[in-house]
Design a protein around this ligand. Structure first.
Ligand code: COA
Length: 385
């Protein structure tokens, strides 16, 4: 296997992009990444997307977007793993470069979710849960995560204020991200006055519905050192694990087994542990998710994620900063694009290009992207090369 580096990243401003088409937003991000990398061609491309069919009526995205890119008849592959589609698309690109199959590979993610109304968006998202045992009985993702939150609160004493602390911190970070969908500061009072979505989760505990895309260019590390105009970022680990699709089949609803397994594998590959990480970008689709993810990554003890968040340990200047980009909560969550955008933030942090939200002396960054209630998790670790 060859060492792999990321030499280019790009994304557009996320939000309700009614004036742009699905292919427009993808192209904008893809061309920004190619331009940033300074390459004149790509050998292959991967597209992470959850449901082009249900959101915009367009499938066959590997071929459609390769055609749109206009770089010849290159292999274009669509990758789907619900909200982890972007992270998994990046992993496929990594495997293609590491194995020696291709030298210059474009990893992308895209979702255009606001062309349908809220009900249809909720239905499209719910197809990532277990249709027979969960959705037919009326549950949706906010409801599933609300149950996880209730179990966590009951078992570990996690409080409503601790859930709010995650949203407040991520909106604070996102307020410094010019590409974020909701770049505003919020308070606990704002969270508590927002609409109740699925008890105990309120609107301000939820990631939004978003249009957006993100892209990255990967090459062998040796080639990166010769061609990059900026800091090359080495992919130190790439890991993927799964869990039961239905929440009730898990031995513990308050534990993310797929994230813990992928993290264990990633730490082993990279030769570093949670203590060495300078920061993480994690999948805070709901505030309780970030609390459970930091536990599964080993950043804090099991059951202590809420306490760690409220104590400021995950803040920008904290012991282990989490989601300096603003996370899914503030930056937005165009499901297929999220995993690639997490990698963009890590690359820019390791380049030292994040301005006010820059993590001092950042050397190691981790991304954790998950599908559904954690039925799939993809973890990557990056090092400033
Ligand atoms: N955070 C902050 N503000 C939000 C928001 C969010 N998550 N979602 C919507 N808003 C704002 C809107 O901008 C709008 O503001 P305005 O009145 O000033 O214009 C207002 O809240 C209402 O927006 P609307 O689009 O009508 O909200 P909604 O009730 O249709 O949807 C949610 C809100 C939380 C239900 C929706 O965002 C949602 O389903 N989120 C979860 C998505 C999800 O499950 N993703 C997959 C995770 S596994």
């Amino acid at each position: 296997m060859r060492d792999v580096a990321v030499i280019g990243v790009g994304m557009n401003r996320w939000g309700e992009l009614w004036e742009k088409s699905h292919r427009d937003i993808w192209t904008e991000a893809a061309l920004k990444a190619i331009d940033d990398a300074g390459v004149d061609h790509v050998d292959a491309m991967y597209v992470g997307t959850m449901s082009g069919g249900l959101f915009v009526g367009q499938e066959h995205l590997g071929a459609m977007l390769a055609d749109q890119l206009g770089m010849g008849p290159i292999p274009g592959t669509r990758v789907e793993s619900a909200c982890a589609s972007g992270g998994l698309a990046f992993r496929q690109a990594y495997i293609a470069v590491a194995s020696g199959i291709h030298d210059v590979v474009l990893a992308t993610g895209v979702e255009k979710m606001t062309d349908v109304d809220g009900g249809r968006a909720t239905y499209a998202l719910s197809t990532a849960a277990d249709q027979e045992y969960e959705c037919y009985h009326g549950i949706t993702f906010p409801g599933l995560y609300a149950m996880m939150a209730r179990v966590h609160m009951h078992r570990y004493g996690t409080t409503r204020e601790q859930l709010s602390a995650v949203a407040i911190k991520n909106h604070h970070n996102g307020a410094h991200n010019p590409l974020a969908q909701y770049p505003m500061e919020i308070t606990h009072d704002v969270v508590m006055k927002s609409a109740l979505v699925a008890d105990p989760l309120r609107l301000m505990d939820c990631s939004p519905v978003t249009d957006g895309a993100a892209a990255a260019v990967l090459v062998p590390l040796e080639l990166a050192k010769k061609i990059t105009r900026t800091t090359a970022v080495r992919v130190a680990a790439s890991a993927h694990a799964t869990d039961t699709l239905a929440l009730h089949d898990r031995p513990d609803m308050a534990w993310l087994g797929s994230t813990a397994k992928a993290a264990k594998d990633a730490y082993q590959q990279a030769g570093v542990g949670p203590k060495e990480l300078s920061f993480c970008e994690v999948h805070d689709c709901f505030t309780i998710a970030e609390i459970m993810v930091i536990e599964a990554l080993g950043l804090c003890e099991k059951g202590k994620g809420g306490e760690a968040s409220a104590a400021g340990r995950t803040a920008l200047g904290g012991e282990f900063p989490v989601n300096p980009s603003g996370g899914l909560k503030s930056k937005g969550h165009p499901v297929g694009a999220t995993g690639v955008a997490q990698i963009l933030e890590v690359v820019e942090q390791l380049r030292g290009a994040c301005g006010v939200r820059q993590i001092k002396d950042a050397r190691w960054g981790l991304t954790q992207n998950m599908g559904g209630t954690g039925a799939s998790s993809v973890v990557h670790i990056f090092e400033r090369a």
